[in-house]
Each structure stands twice: as structure tokens, then as C-alpha cells.
Design a protein around this ligand. Structure first.
Ligand SMILES: [Zn+2]
Length: 200
């Protein structure tokens, strides 16, 4: 018995076409946001993508996407998929291993409660996000879970630096387009929109 999560064909092809090195965090985020849009447009997952890069050089490891619905796997969020692919590619469960350069995760919004944990467990030492406010939940209806009120302080305590609000508007545009498309919001417990969001 096993389970496998794979990138869709278009994302494999796009990874092969990406620049091998992206010196600025804006360039890294621009490609991550582009993947987030392509993913829901291709109906291959939710509007989320993430990339693992060498923080200091910008060397690309991989950009991955959300695969929850096509994989029948609630944990196949973009961050988990991408961190797992990076660990497979680099041959180590710990991206913070002593022989490695500093690895960075770039995501098109603050990770949900599950992926927040996956960031801590992954060994990355840098997190770059497009934003962290309630806008993602308000626009899309996804329930991101109970995030620790001092989430960034807790990351800093563990040696993970956070860079926030990188291409924020571009990320929000994708969420607005996703919401307008009427695509499935795959919250658990019967799917559909989160009660928490609807009541809030
Ligand atoms: Zn998540």
C-alpha cells in the first residue's frame, strides 16, 4: 500500500522551462503566482503554488502546486507537495541539513495551519509570502485554520526568517479570479464554503 502525489504535466513542463536562477524574491514570487493561476485554470488543483529556492543565490529547486482534489488527498497543499518534492530531489528529509545552503520556501499567501507546521518540520530557514491577512479566506472561502497569533515570532524563534507582502496585489488578483470562476472550495466536512467564514 502506498500513495503518490505528482505534479500535473503542464507543471512538469513549466518547471523545465523556468530560469535555473532567480536572483530576486519578486521574480521567484512572480513565477509562484503564475503557477497558482495556471493550476486552477487547468483544473489540476486549487489556486496555490509554492517554490523552494536557495535563499542566497536564487537557484531553483522546484515549484509545485496544490493537488488536493485530483489526488483525493487533503494534505496535498502546495507547500507540502513542494517541500516533499524538494526533499526527494535533494535526497534528504531535512532541508536544513548542515551540508546544504539555506533553503527558502516562497508561497502565494501565508501557509494554513497544516502547512505552517510543515514549514517548521521541513528545515527551510526562510519563508517568503505574498500576504498574511484575512483576505485569502474572505475572497475564496477557504478555512486556513487556527493560526498561532504570534506565528511569525514562533518561526523566528526557530531560525526561520519571514518576508511578507511580496507582490501582494498580484496574488490577490488570482484569488479574486478563482472565486469568480465558481471553482470548488474543498474545505473538509462536506466541502463548500467554510461556516467560520460565512458567519464571520
Ligand atoms: Zn496548507
Amino acid at each position: 500500500m502506498d500513495f503518490t502525489i505528482s505534479l500535473p504535466d503542464w507543471a512538469i513542463e513549466e518547471n523545465q522551462r523556468l530560469p535555473r536562477v532567480m536572483p530576486t524574491i519578486e521574480e521567484r514570487m512572480r513565477h509562484v503566482i503564475r503557477f497558482s493561476r495556471l493550476n486552477y485554470e487547468h483544473k489540476t488543483g486549487g489556486p496555490f503554488a509554492a517554490g523552494v529556492f536557495e535563499r542566497d543565490t536564487g537557484k531553483l529547486v522546484v515549484i509545485g502546486v496544490n493537488r488536493v482534489v485530483p489526488s483525493n488527498c487533503s494534505s496535498a497543499h502546495a507547500e507540502v507537495v513542494t517541500l516533499s518534492l524538494a526533499q526527494e530531489i535533494l535526497g534528504n528529509w531535512d532541508l536544513g541539513a548542515a551540508e546544504f545552503p539555506v533553503y527558502q520556501l516562497v508561497v502565494n499567501w501565508r501557509p494554513c495551519v497544516m502547512c505552517y507546521g510543515s514549514v517548521i518540520w521541513s528545515g527551510v530557514k526562510s519563508l517568503v509570502i505574498a500576504g498574511s491577512g484575512p483576505e485569502l479566506e474572505q475572497i475564496t472561502g477557504f478555512d486556513e485554520g487556527p493560526i498561532h497569533p504570534e506565528w511569525d515570532v514562533e518561526l523566528a524563534k526557530r531560525g526561520i526568517d519571514v518576508t511578507n507582502n511580496v507582490l501582494r496585489e498580484e496574488a490577490l488578483e488570482v484569488y479574486r479570479a478563482f472565486a469568480a470562476s465558481g471553482a470548488l472550495v474543498y474545505n473538509a466536512g462536506g466541502g463548500g464554503r467554510s461556516k467560520l467564514v460565512d458567519e464571520g
